[in-house]
Write a protein that binds this ligand. Structure first.
Ligand code: SAH
Ligand code: SF4
Ligand code: F3S
Length: 470
């Protein structure tokens, strides 16, 4: 998660998988990613599977023999973007066909899971629809689609996917760089009344400790220094340990911290209901666990929290934040907010602003409520007018921006640790992250790549920090 305040437009990250070395003889795959980090992780794993099957990646749609849109269903705009992109691809596919070339088109991700066969009906150029739990079977599914059959694969086979993830190939881990995601948990049982995730990602399922350790060890051996554990409700993770007991996330973090080479751990996204004491204790006792916590609250009004089915009150949230800050005083908090949920009054909105003032966030994401088909919220009366949502969002984002700015400014003059993960914006610079996830740009020698440097912060801009090596 980038440490910036985003609106609903910007939060649909469109990460094109980076271009590799190209070999003319092999087939090329273009992957476009929408939505959350889980999709970013999944896109990389799709790319791994296809690379083993003889594909190379391309960042040019024109060059592609296979196009995959890894989609997001969370808000209406996110889902609609897919269809406009398919319109663009339709023309390209037709042009290629004229020149005797085949271009296969696949829709993956949460729109694929939610809409299934409906996608190929609405966009007949789609050859293959594949849900988030079947990516490891892409080569086979693709062969079937290439024979001219429309393929729709949205069956849940999560254990099979998990098994596949545990043992990434040497070639796949080599591409990971300094920081990497590791999915530990998928799905959601919470059924917040606004949200499609329980329908697109299925029930909460946790990977086993051994599988996670195996994947992380391979990553660390290949040079990964920071691992972010991913899950739709990552702190609901309860996986089977090697001792046959069920472990919690705090315990897992301690185990991963023992792996040689791992210098930093993070996890996202957490639900307030699953913030166990042992996880809070890990923030107190585990140095490699970074002092940053994304803990979405969505609203500061008890009435709205109740109709959202969040199953906690604002006071529960305040108590939890106090406990977390007691364990780790320098922790930076991040969150998600929805404005304009059905029935939200001016007073409810004020309660959210008040909660933000009391908690003080280092960064946050905020969205206008988008009614989603199949969710209870879409059928609620008292939908809030669009212009009211816009006004509330602007007010909320202004407050969150100023908190983020204050937080960044408070670091100027301080000396902090930075994990260097790539080349910087300017010649001679390296870019890394602070413990609180802000990007930091520093003049530094290339051999610090993958290392933690001590850096004095000298300036800040809206979303990043500038520092010098101490
Ligand atoms: N599991 C995470 C969030 C997953 S979705 C959690 O429980 O916090 C990411 C964010 O998208 C949510 O936190 C919420 O703020 C936003 N979101 C989800 N459904 C939405 C909708 N229908 N309209 C607007 N925002 C939504
Ligand atoms: Fe969606 Fe709520 Fe589940 Fe988060 S906890 S994924 S917001 S249903
Ligand atoms: Fe979107 Fe699916 Fe993630 S709906 S936010 S891509 S879990």
């Amino acid at each position: 998660m980038d440490n910036i305040i985003e609106n609903e437009e910007l939060n649909q990250s469109e990460n094109t998988v980076a271009a590799p070395e190209k070999t003319e003889a092999t087939r090329k795959v273009f992957i476009k990613t929408y939505g959350c980090q889980m999709n970013v992780y999944d896109s990389d794993r799709m790319s791994d599977v296809l690379t083993s099957d003889g594909f190379t990646k391309t960042d040019s749609l024109d060059d592609a023999d296979l196009v995959i849109l890894n989609t997001c269903h969370i808000r209406e705009k996110a889902a609609e973007k897919v269809y406009s992109e398919l319109g663009r691809i339709r023309k390209l596919k037709a042009e290629k066909a004229k020149n005797g070339k085949q271009m296969m088109v696949s829709v993956a991700g949460c729109v694929a899971q939610a809409e299934g066969a409906e996608i190929s009906r609405r966009a007949p150029i789609v050859d293959l629809v594949v849900g988030p739990q079947s990516y490891h079977r892409l080569p086979d599914l693709l062969k079937k689609a290439e024979s001219g059959v429309k393929v729709v694969e949205t069956e849940f086979d999560i254990q099979d996917k998990f098994k596949h993830l545990a043992t990434p190939s040497k070639e796949a881990v080599r591409k990971r760089g300094v920081t990497a995601f590791v999915t530990v948990q998928e799905g959601c049982d919470k059924f917040c009344t606004f949200c499609v995730v329980p329908y697109t990602r299925g029930a909460e399922v946790s990977r086993k400790v051994e599988q996670i350790v195996m994947e992380t060890e391979r990553l660390a051996a290949a040079g990964v220094r920071e691992v972010t554990l991913l899950g739709q409700n990552v702190n609901a993770w309860h996986g089977e340990g090697p001792d046959g007991r069920e472990w919690g996330l705090g315990e897992l973090l301690f185990r991963l911290a023992e792996i040689d080479g791992i210098k930093r751990l993070r996890y996202t996204t957490s639900h307030p209901r699953d913030m166990e004491d042992s996880l809070i204790a890990a923030h107190r006792d585990l140095d490699v666990l970074m002092p940053y916590l994304h803990l979405p609250v969505q609203s500061g009004s008890d009435a709205i929290l109740k109709v959202m089915n969040r199953k906690h009150t604002r006071d529960d949230y305040f108590r939890m934040i106090d406990q977390i800050r007691e364990a780790r005083a320098d922790i930076a908090l991040s969150g998600d907010f929805i404005v304009g949920f059905p029935g939200e009054t001016d007073q409810d909105h004020k309660d959210t602003l008040d909660l933000i003032r009391r908690v003080t966030y280092g960064s946050a994401f905020s969205f206008k409520y988008s009614p989603r088909p199949g969710t209870p919220g879409a059928t609620f009366e008292a939908q809030v007018e669009e212009h009211v949502k816009s006004e509330r969002l602007a007010e909320l984002q202004q407050l969150l921006s100023s908190q983020q700015k204050d937080f960044n400014t408070s670091l100027v003059g301080k000396t902090i640790d930075v994990l260097f993960e790539k080349e910087g914006r300017k010649e001679g610079q390296l870019a890394g992250r602070s413990p609180w996830l802000q990007p930091v740009h520093v003049n530094a020698p290339k051999d610090l790549y993958g290392e933690i440097g001590t850096v004095e912060i000298v300036a800040t801009s809206a979303n990043s920090l500038e520092g010098r090596l101490v």
